[in-house]
Design a protein. Structure first.
Length: 160
C-alpha cells in the first residue's frame, strides 16, 4: 500500500517511529542498569541519556503533517516518558517502589507503542509490521532432525 503523504512527511513520520521505538527499548531494556546505578549511587546524572528523545524538539510545524489520531497517540506515549523522567528526578522512594512504578509505566508504554506503530504504519503506507525472528528458534525449525542426533550414541534399533 502506497502512502498518500509526500516525501518530507514520510521522513518526519519515519523519524518519529524510529525515535519512539528506540526510546521504548532504552527504557525497557536498560531498566535494570539505570535503576541499579540509581539505587547504589543515588545519582540521577545518567537519566537524561536514557530519556533523550527527538519528540521534545519536534516542531509544531512538523507535527502538523500528522493525523489527529497519531498526534494524540504520540502525546500519550511521550507523556508516559515525561512522567517517568519527572518521577525519577524527584522521587525519594525506595528502589523497590521505583522499580514497581517503572514496570507499570513500561506496560502502559508497550500498549501505547503498539497503537502508535499502527497509526504510523497506516500513515507511512506500511501494511504489516516486520516480525523479528530469533535466530535460535529459526535454526531449530530449519535444521533436519538428524542434526540433533548424537553421532556417538549407539543406535540399538540397527543392531537387531
Amino acid at each position: 500500500m502506497k502512502s498518500k503523504n509526500d516525501e518530507a512527511t514520510q521522513r518526519i513520520l519515519l523519524l518519529l517511529k524510529i525515535d519512539a521505538n528506540n526510546l521504548f527499548h532504552r527504557v525497557k531494556d536498560r531498566k535494570t542498569e539505570y535503576l541499579e546505578i540509581f539505587a547504589l549511587r543515588r545519582t540521577r546524572t545518567h537519566f537524561p541519556m536514557i530519556f533523550k528523545n527527538r519528540y521534545e524538539t519536534t516542531s509544531i510545524m512538523d507535527l502538523s503533517f500528522c493525523g489527529t489520531e497519531l498526534i494524540t497517540t504520540l502525546d500519550q506515549f511521550y507523556t508516559q516518558i515525561e512522567e517517568i523522567s519527572w518521577y525519577l528526578f524527584q522521587t525519594e522512594d525506595m528502589p523497590n517502589t521505583v522499580e514497581n512504578f517503572i514496570d507499570r509505566k513500561i506496560k502502559r508504554m508497550e500498549i501505547l507503542l503498539s497503537t502508535l506503530n499502527l497509526y504510523l504504519n497506516a500513515e507511512l503506507g506500511i501494511e504489516g509490521e516486520m516480525i523479528e525472528v530469533k535466530s535460535e528458534s529459526f535454526l531449530d525449525e530449519a535444521l533436519p532432525e538428524e542434526f540433533y542426533k548424537d553421532p556417538f550414541s549407539e543406535d540399538t534399533s540397527k543392531e537387531s
